[in-house]
Design a protein around this ligand. Structure first.
Ligand code: GLP
Length: 239
């Protein structure tokens, strides 16, 4: 079941989502968190940084696993998701451990299997953050006829490559393949927070709430999870 919270503005949505983290970390300081990249969570991460600096949230015992990483990409590449997370969160807030799939591995399949094993060994996610792609992907689980259950190497959809090209300069090669968390670790999460912003997401959000489970809309599978909250601003809600 998806609980929908529409906030007046992006700033309000960031505060609402940050409150969910505050409650989660208070209840379980050693929470296992799933984290996302993209432009949408940046304001939320800034809110978490301010609250952490103000002593209102303590992440020092929390462990994190990110949803995905480009492949192949060096961790030091400015567009790697490792670099993104270091810049926007990890360099500013202390966590017990932060993991992201290794975009430099010679054996991506072993990397994916190992990542799933690490998440399972950690007990699965207490709170998993998701965004949504313009084509309805979650993590980098692109619309397809069938889906691997575990984390996997995925060919990025044309829509995704176009949407994410804004981050790459002309002299940077944009990866067209990624390592993505699979549906199993996502659905093992006790609680899922989907965070969405902006008018460019209104069409996909409308489809997400049309009362159907769409095989070509990976985010619609979330209707089958018992505890999903989607926090979105008015622009994304289409209201
Ligand atoms: C990327 C990530 C997704 C994210 C999506 C939306 O493709 N793999 O996890 O949800 O971007 O990003 P944005 O917030 O920039 O629209």
């Amino acid at each position: 079941m998806i609980k929908k919270i529409v906030c007046d503005s992006y700033e309000d949505a960031c505060r609402y989502a940050a409150d969910i983290y505050a409650g989660q970390l208070k209840a379980k300081p050693d929470s296992v968190l799933g984290l996302a990249t993209g432009s949408t969570p940046i304001g939320l991460y800034n809110e978490l940084i301010s609250r952490s600096r103000a002593g209102l949230i303590d992440f020092s015992r929390a462990r994190t696993f990110n949803l995905d990483e480009y492949y192949p990409i060096k961790a030091t590449h400015p567009q790697s998701y490792r670099a993104f997370m270091e810049e926007h969160l990890f360099s500013k807030v202390k966590f017990a451990d932060t993991r992201i799939m290794n975009g430099e591995t010679a054996d991506p399949h072993a990397e994916c299997a190992g990542y799933d094993a690490q998440i399972e060994a950690a007990g699965g996610f207490d709170l998993l953050l998701l965004g949504i792609g313009v084509n309805g992907h979650i993590a980098f689980i692109e619309p397809a006829a069938s889906y691997p259950l575990g984390s996997y190497l995925v060919d990025l959809a044309e829509d995704t490559i176009v949407a994410n090209s804004r981050f790459f300069s002309e002299d940077e090669t944009q990866p067209v393949i990624a390592l993505s968390m699979g549906l199993s670790p996502i659905f093992m999460a006790k609680r899922i927070l989907m965070f969405v912003s902006g008018a460019n997401k209104a069409d996909i959000i409308k489809k997400l709430f049309d009362g159907y489970l769409h095989t070509d809309l990976p985010a619609s599978f979330l209707h089958l999870h018992p505890d999903v909250t989607i926090v979105l601003d008015k622009a994304a809600s289409g209201e």
